[in-house]
Write a protein that binds this ligand. Structure first.
Ligand SMILES: *[C@@H]1O[C@H](CO)[C@@H](O)[C@H](O)[C@H]1NC(C)=O
Ligand SMILES: *[C@@H]1O[C@H](CO)[C@@H](O)[C@H](O)[C@H]1NC(C)=O
Ligand SMILES: *[C@@H]1O[C@H](CO)[C@@H](O)[C@H](O)[C@H]1NC(C)=O
Length: 301
């Protein structure tokens, strides 16, 4: 009798720890102790490193011979950054870089001691991002850094922000909350230079239909948005991609990404990409990438 000898084929796995596919354990634990209260006191300079998850998405500008700020972004963990999809279009691919740990982008002083400038390995645009109307939809993207952020958990100037749980209702989950938007964007409509130090503005979240009416968004696309408004307070050019955040269950959470509006600080509300609608996409995309399935997703760099 013959036996077939079964040579056990050992599936050798070089995969060390499986990819992080959820919020950073320490996300949202740094930052201000509470949400702003009911008084709107927006449009002011932030405290140094008050929002340690803030990142600046920069590109090399030949005319200035240096990297310049183009968009805001937020740190999810030491390798991943979240921003708006339209920021990838703005960047045009000229050596884009992520700057973290900064307060005054033009300074090299002591407050900038934790600043790091990191190369982008991959810019992953949401597959349904659309700019084909007079508005943007699914305006969300993930960035994988070529090298990890150093000292993310230990440096007080650096921290990660949490992604909210998957959305359950129609874009109105945060209505009446006062959220905090932050950015280095211009401080008035039409200005060309970003602000050197980080600014903050406190904005009430309003029903998404208020934005849907103004911008004539389709029902399907409206689901991808949040709406915020306070007269004379707003995010502006250069703030795009940056967070609008709320402290939820003791953790700072990125509920929206600055997406679009009409002018800045006028009488129309601003639109923010609704991160809670994309939480599954965020963790699936990160998980797939970290596990080597790089062909998945609509990727560009
Ligand atoms: C930011 O840094 C630059 C260069 O050091 C300095 O000129 C500017 O005043 C700083 N901005 C603020 C608001 O402190
Ligand atoms: C990380 O922190 C250590 C200890 O404070 C410091 O020596 C090192 O320069 C920091 N790394 C970066 C990239 O800032
Ligand atoms: C993109 O839109 C299509 C059609 O609505 C949908 O089936 C698909 O799930 C969307 N993709 C993602 C990643 O959400």
């Amino acid at each position: 009798m013959k036996f077939f000898l079964w040579l056990p084929v050992l599936a050798v796995c070089f995969c060390s720890a499986s990819a992080k596919v959820g919020n950073d354990p320490l996300c949202g634990t740094k930052g201000p102790p509470t949400n702003p209260d009911g008084r709107i006191v927006g449009g002011e300079v932030a405290e140094p490193h008050e929002y340690p998850w803030m990142a600046s998405f920069q590109a090399y500008k030949p005319s200035e011979g240096r990297l310049t700020h183009n968009c805001g972004a937020s740190i999810l963990n030491d390798r991943w950054i979240i921003t708006a999809a339209h920021c990838g279009v703005i960047m045009g691919g000229i050596r884009p870089t992520i700057v973290v740990g900064s307060y005054n982008l033009t300074s090299t002083g002591p407050l900038e001691s934790a600043r790091q400038s990191l190369s982008i390995e991959k810019f992953i645009t949401h597959p349904n991002f659309s700019s084909s109307h007079d508005y943007l939809a699914n305006d969300i993207a993930l960035i994988r850094l070529a090298t990890p952020i150093a000292n993310l958990s230990t440096a007080p100037q650096l921290g990660s922000i949490c992604v909210p749980e998957k959305a359950k209702n129609a874009g109105n989950e945060f209505v009446d909350s006062i959220a905090t938007a932050s950015g280095w964007g211009v401080t008035f409509s039409g200005s060309a230079t970003p602000h050197d130090v980080l600014m903050k503005v406190f904005l009430p979240m309003v029903a998404v239909k208020e934005c849907a009416e103004v911008f004539q968004t389709s029902e399907e696309d409206t689901k991808t948005m949040l709406c915020a408004f306070a007269k004379g307070k707003d995010t502006c050019q250069g703030d795009s991609g940056g967070p609008i955040a709320l402290k939820i269950d003791q953790k700072w959470t990125v509920i929206g990404l600055t997406s679009f509006g009409r002018g800045c600080g006028g009488s129309t509300p601003g639109v923010y990409s609704r991160v809670a609608l994309f939480s599954d996409w965020i963790w699936e995309t990160i998980g797939q990438y970290e596990n080597g399935n790089e062909e998945n997703g609509n990727q560009s760099s």
